[in-house]
Design a protein around this ligand. Structure first.
Ligand SMILES: [Zn+2]
Length: 416
């Protein structure tokens, strides 16, 4: 895909939103934007950013089609705020299918693969639907087991021989534990790889992080990171090189910017900003995701020339100011994931009376010994230089807090 085509698509996007999007019409009017002056990707700087707050405040004003044309209603996960509605037309669903089929192929998939889906496909969740459509489009098979249920997962693996698992990676240690406890020879299973959704499995230097190491040291599977969001309606997926998720240039324009909104250089960290191409229902223009990633522009070892994003280092809004240092939740998860004994945890962030953050970590009571506390303390001290407080509660209660019925993903992090 060359730049000219992407620029043609940008022209279509600008003409489309200025004709159909109440939100962008208003923004263009207020900022005096002349869309005819935007002819290249570099000209994008003439447009203001769209923030999460803009989207939340004017949600339905982003819709470009009559409601009668909406085919699917989804919402964002809303980790930090109320979920935002996203409306998909029939062609947007088709775009999702194209994205996911491209994404599966990037991760080494083909029509010969059988995918086992360990995420939800309903609950107003976009990704589950996209996976199913993508597999179908590519000509592969899919077993829709959904989240949790280790017994049913293994029964399906043994019965239908899937080659690829699609899962939130922190679920995989539970799956391994279950196999071990029940005498299942998981290394002899049909599963070759795992498409990881929602959580990073690599450090910024692309080595496996605590979770990635924990999985691959026990189970002979290849992990593929993905990074996606409802707002993008597309995914950045790793190829077999494992050196960052590839941009799908047919579907998104990517910018990675610093605090001042300037594009960062190759290898640098910045906020991911996307403009969606080919979206009919709710197109996004220079949408600031809040996600901080390193960006790489050099040609990948796989031969693809598309830019790549490293793992999400953190979310801008999730930055924790704790005991004089700044940390992001993934750094806390990474330390906890290194500890084999801990299979359940929840990080609780709260504001103290001085306006700084306090961090408490909930852990199963069975682990509460003096030695274990001291080990955790020194592990955190050596990895992050600060130690959160630990609270030990029963495994049942912790499980109830993490796996809430009304939530689509386990709640590893809460703000109170
Ligand atoms: Zn590659």
């Amino acid at each position: 895909m060359n730049r000219e085509t992407q620029e043609q698509k940008l022209k279509h996007l600008l003409a489309y939103v200025s004709a159909h999007s109440p939100y962008y019409r208003k923004v263009f009017r207020e900022h005096g934007v002349d869309i005819d002056s935007i002819v290249s990707i570099a000209d994008l700087v003439k447009l203001p950013f769209t923030s999460k707050d803009d989207l939340a405040a004017a949600n339905d004003d982003f819709l470009c089609v009559p409601k009668s044309r909406i085919a699917d209603y989804v919402t964002t996960s809303g980790t930090l705020s109320d979920p935002v509605a996203f409306y998909l037309t029939d062609s947007d669903i088709e775009r999702l299918a194209i994205n996911e089929s491209d994404s599966f192929r990037c991760a080494g998939g083909s029509e010969h693969d059988i995918y086992q889906l360990m995420t939800t496909i309903d609950r107003r969740f976009m990704a589950g639907l996209a996976y199913w459509m993508g597999a179908r489009r590519m000509g592969a098979g899919m077993i829709r087991v959904g989240p949790g249920a280790p017994f049913l997962q293994w029964e399906s693996i043994q019965r239908f021989s899937p080659t690829v698992i699609i899962a939130i990676p922190s679920f995989i240690p539970r799956l391994i534990d279950y196999a071990q406890a029940n005498g299942i020879d998981y290394n002899a299973s049909s599963v070759k790889s795992v498409i990881c959704i929602g959580e990073p499995v690599r450090n910024a230097d692309f080595t496996y992080n605590g979770l990635g190491k924990r999985i691959t040291s026990q189970w002979n599977v290849k992990l593929y990171s993905t990074y996606a969001s409802t707002e993008m309606g597309a995914a950045f997926t790793e190829c077999e090189e494992g050196k960052g998720g590839h941009l799908n240039e047919d579907l998104l324009i990517l910018e990675v910017v610093d605090e001042a909104g300037q594009t960062v250089k190759d290898g640098e960290l910045g906020e991911v900003v996307i403009s969606t191409l080919g979206v009919e229902g709710m197109p996004m223009l220079r949408y600031k995701t809040g996600d901080l990633c390193h960006v790489y522009y050099a040609t990948c070892g796989c031969g693809r020339k598309s830019p790549r994003l490293g793992p999400v280092v953190g979310r801008k809004q999730q930055m924790i100011k704790f005991k004089g240092t700044t940390i992001f939740p993934p750094a806390l998860f990474d330390v906890l994931d290194m500890v084999k004994e801990i299979d359940l945890y929840q990080v609780v962030v709260s504001k103290n009376e001085y306006g700084n953050d306090d961090v408490a970590i909930l852990i199963p009571m069975a682990l509460d010994t003096q030695i274990f506390r001291e080990m955790l303390h020194s592990l955190f001290k050596s990895r992050l230089r600060v130690t959160p407080s630990f609270q030990f509660i029963t495994a049942e209660e912790l499980s109830l807090r993490i796996y809430k019925q009304e939530k689509r993903k386990p709640e590893k992090l809460i703000y109170i």
